[in-house]
Design a protein around this ligand. Structure first.
Ligand code: GN1
Ligand code: MG
Length: 369
């Protein structure tokens, strides 16, 4: 069904005046909906959930509802002492009182409240912005840290289990399609060698989990910089969005994901590999903000793996993009040919830069900790 038909089925007053595609998400389709009555204008976010990725959208919505209800209570109870107004999207019910709509084609649609007067940035260029990104992630992890993980479904099995992505890559590699790409593109062949050289790092977090050094907690799953909303008036972070992947996991992948997406000033979609670096000033600034909120719930063992998590998630994301390129772009949406190859090149270049700065990054983590 077309989005216009869906947009009026949620419990919001007014007549539909505009529906605009927004956002740069690689998975779901997102729209801004504007409705008007004689005296007011209402705006909300409408999303079609990608069913190729999320096989059980109803469970995604149940997790989102449970965690946001919990987080909203925490935000309320802490509001008097907070240095800002914290926000978090609310699931808007349908006219019939449900959390989502399933259309005739079986597509799932949901409505979320709009976080007004804030901006989602593709890149970070100032330490202040990086600090805010760290604060927002740490705050979110903190306020959901006491949510019982048994109540969260695993909506995306294998999501952020790096050895699993390596396994999928190994399955794609021998296929005819992948072999053709590898023959035709010397860049693809170079990336395949890059992966081989780093196989050994893939299980560093998972084996720490198995040994009981690390433990599962509620996580965001996708705290990249575009999901961290910055207040247009104060410049402070106010909210983290995109709560599809909230599920039990290692908070390390969250920390790593915020760092890799915030501390590479060239951003994820650049074509210029020379510009791709892990900027140490941005890194220190982000860690400072993150620890302000996270200090209380991080264990000694958690801290020990913070550097590794940055390297690992960057490698993992490069591997996911590369495997998807070799498989023919079946997971991540693309706007041009070879986009997933290019995205992989960027993440692998960033991974190299992280490796080159390992001692400085470890030192910063220690001195700020
Ligand atoms: C996807 O859809 P979006 O853009 O929020 C992906 C993340 C990646 C990200 C990279 C469910 O997120 O894991 O880090 O692209 N989400 C899923 O841009 O796979
Ligand atoms: Mg996402």
């Amino acid at each position: 069904m077309i989005a216009e038909e869906i947009a009026t089925q949620f419990d919001i007053p007014g007549r539909l005046v505009a529906l605009q595609p927004i956002g740069t998400g690689n998975v779901n389709d997102t729209y801004k909906v504007i409705l008007r009555t004689t005296f007011s204008e209402e705006q909300y976010i409408l999303q079609r959930i990608n069913r190729t990725v999320f096989k059980n959208p109803a469970a995604v919505m149940a997790n989102m509802k449970a965690v946001t209800d919990h987080a909203h209570c925490r935000i309320q109870s802490e509001s008097e002492n907070a240095d800002r107004i914290w926000q978090l999207p609310r699931v808007i019910s349908t006219v019939g009182g449900r959390d989502f709509i399933v259309d005739r084609e079986g597509e799932y649609w949901r409505a979320l409240s709009m976080i007004a007067s804030t901006t989602s940035h593709e890149k970070v260029s100032t330490p202040e912005h990086a600090t805010e990104a760290g604060i927002v992630l740490g705050h979110f992890q903190r306020i959901i840290s006491d949510f019982p993980i048994e109540e969260l479904e695993d909506t995306l099995p294998g999501f952020h289990i790096t050895p699993g992505y390596l396994k999928s890559y190994d399955e794609v590699l021998p296929t005819e399609k992948a072999q053709k790409f590898l023959k035709l593109s010397s860049e693809a062949a170079r990336l395949a060698r890059f992966v081989e050289e780093r196989r050994g790092i893939a299980d560093i977090l998972e084996s720490a989990l198995e040994r009981g050094e690390l433990q599962l907690r509620p996580t965001h799953g996708d705290p990249k910089i575009t999901n961290i909303m910055i207040d247009n008036f104060t410049g402070k972070g106010t909210c983290i969005v995109d709560l599809d992947t909230v599920k039990p996991g290692l908070i390390h992948y969250d920390f790593g994901d915020a760092v890799r997406s915030s501390c590479n000033p060239a951003g994820e979609e650049t074509n210029d590999l020379k510009e791709v670096i892990l900027d140490l000033d941005l890194f220190e600034a982000l860690v400072k903000g993150y620890l302000k909120e996270a200090r209380g719930f991080l264990t000694e063992a958690d801290r020990k793996y913070l550097f590794d998590s940055v390297r690992l998630i960057t490698f993992e994301l490069g591997l996911r993009f590369f495997a998807d390129y070799l498989a023919g772009d079946i997971y991540f949406k693309v706007n041009y040919e070879d986009q997933n190859l290019n995205r992989a090149r960027v993440q692998f270049a960033l991974c190299e830069s992280i490796e080159a700065r390992e001692s400085e990054m470890r030192r910063a983590l220690e001195s700020l900790g």
